[in-house]
Design a protein around this ligand. Sequence first.
Ligand code: SAM
Ligand code: SF4
Length: 472
Amino acid sequence: MSKTFDIGLETLTGGAGLSIGAEKVGPAVEAPELGTLRGTFFLETFGCQMNDHDSEKVAGVLLSRGYRQVESPDAASLILYNTCSIREKAAQKVFSRLGEFGLQPNDGRIIGVLGCVAQQEGENIFKRAPWVSLVCGSASYSKLPELLAQVEAGNQRVTGLDNDTDETFETPVTRRDNPWRAYLTIIEGCDKACSYCVVPYTRGPERSRGSDSILREVRELAELGYSEVQLLGQTVNSYKDPTARKMKFSELLLAVADEPGIRRVRFTTSHPRDFSHDIVDAIDAQPKLCNHVHLPVQSGSTRVLHAMQRTYSLEEYLEKIAMIRGAKRSISITTDIIVGFPGETDEDFAETVSLLETVKYDGVFSFKYSPRPHTPSLKMNDAIPEEEKGRRLTLLQEKQREIQTIRHLSMVGETFETQVSAKSRRENQWSGHTSCHRVINFASQEPMLLGKYVQVRVTGATPNGLAGEQAP
Ligand code: SAM
Ligand code: SF4
């Protein structure tokens, strides 16, 4: 998912947030001797929030084994890439990174590929980049300590590629990147079978984490000073509590919000089919639950939705939208859209554009269809030419830009509680998020606002965010 609706912390803080997060939850780590395997690691992450959070957990595993994290591959004895293969471009990136090492003499550094490309390409990675020693898919992360021990013992070809698992990836230490907002995976893998999507292959079957263990971690996070938690899952609302308590997803949301110290609870991504009224009721009943739902539609044409195996029609999707719009609180709605799915006609595409008008989304992440290995749509006829996909994407994005501009301008004069997450290089300028997940840049004379919740009055708007000033 692209991050137009979000903000890169380090872009405004110069990375200050990173070290604060590491200080808070990282264990005391002894400085390692350079040149030894138990030395330094560099970890680069591609892809979605789930990958970001997996990397936080991988970093936790490494820190607890005595490694120290460094900022560049040149300074590391262990170099890891946590990869994404959702679209071809993302998958290609990692091979271009790996290619750089082929041009250098082998100096004993260990290189590993983690995540979706690892699962998708498996041992082929060793053929394409023989200098790689570790290939591990996300469904095998629970075995990471054993796999690392094998690598440290000098094993040149270590793999963790089993994706038929019922285990979730829980670690005693997670090195979190953001000092205020903590990600928490509550459900891993995916049991849906969207015909374009590689996730069920790369991340394995759906498996939920026990509510007791989730709530325990939320409590610990609150004690460490985190005030916002974001519950993650490819289909987060398909959560099925494996414990005897059998908490429903909406009950879990309310229980997380009830933990002392927690001020905001977010969740993503929701699948339309499993989006039920009790989730809206929970948001209405508990103001700590953020008034934002990310509900990917993918297409505005029922015919294309059927070919995508999304398990709902446009009408059924619109019923879910009506349910959310019927809430007492104003809930912002964002979505994902794929253009140029095989066989998508001009009429199908026009239905998607018209859906934007109907729903007036608060944000849209839009992508050109990318054929992926191991997916049913790979064999479908009537591929749309790249140029036409590009034309449709531009048109869709322009339409959404207009909608967002109007929507944001209508907010001028309103006041929002804002969690301050970044300081601009410009004097007295700050940035944060509203509960409805809008980025707001604002002016304040206060000397130190990072991590605080302040009231901000909107004075201006752009298609991607709001501008304002701190309200008294
Ligand atoms: N589980 C979520 C759902 O059901 O919508 C989405 C997960 S996926 C990581 C994020 C988004 O990537 C999808 O919503 C979809 O829009 C996009 N995506 C997935 N496969 C794609 C493909 N083959 N080509 C283009 N976009 C794709
Ligand atoms: Fe992929 Fe569909 Fe599962 Fe989302 S619900 S991860 S799009 S298969």
